[in-house]
Design a protein around this ligand. Sequence first.
Ligand code: SAM
Length: 276
Amino acid sequence: MSDHKAQTWHYGVVARWWAEFNLDGPEIDYFRPFVEAGQPVLDAACGTGRLLIPYLQAGLDVDGADISPDMLALCRERAEREGLEPPSLYAQAMHELDMPRRYRTIVLCGGFGLGGHREHDAESLRRLYEHLEPGGLLVLDHEVPYASRTMPWWKYWLREGRSELPRAWRDEGERRVALDGVEYELRSRVVDFDALLQRITLEMRATMRRDGELLAEDEQVLAMTLYFTHEIVLMLEAAGFVGVELRAGYADREPTADDDFVVFIAKKPISEASAA
Ligand SMILES: C[S@@+](CC[C@H](N)C(=O)[O-])C[C@H]1O[C@@H](n2cnc3c(N)ncnc32)[C@H](O)[C@@H]1O
């Protein structure tokens, strides 16, 4: 395994932003039937518990893992605030995943391809496979490289487009005010795009202010590999998964070219012989 560091920006102020503002979304109900049908469950890259906490509230048997101790600390705080038993949360990079138990289902929501290292992603899928019981399911979602939200990045596939990198910082970013009156601002910019590796590198400046006074400020880097759908199918098969099904995110139908998210449902064979 390479000694590249996995790179994400879900620390400090960015982690607090997630805990404050990323509480809902169609993913929670989409993944829920898989979680109900096959326990115990691992929520890999669980973050601040957007999916995990509602599942624990429903009495489901779910553990969480994430690379960011900051995200996990906020997940624990929320569980405590909501009167739940302390959840089993593990601070581990996915490509080094080593959990004390095995699972009937693993969900991976918004966490695949972060870090910018293909070898880590391939190893992550192998680790997830190892952590499933025979016959278990991995359900993961993925935003396609041509999604509407990320369309401004499309020009960086071309050499001419990349000549404008790194981008300058914008004067203003996205601002939101939390219930306690703290104002958060996130500003991100693209600093690099490697078309051969299909890897984009972004920087984020995040601040927290109260009445204009700066409380905290962070600068973080996130590298991501922009995988196409059928690359992920091949990676899942190389990790040992079988019967990979594709669904449109987040609906019970096959994906089309117009879907921004694709969900992969991959099975660990009941016996290694049935994988052949
Ligand atoms: C977009 S957030 C999604 C969080 C959560 N699954 C949700 O849907 O609310 C991505 C999460 O992946 C985690 N992450 C990034 N790189 C990781 C890695 N190499 N191993 C494990 N977790 C990682 C981040 O810390 C962050 O919590």
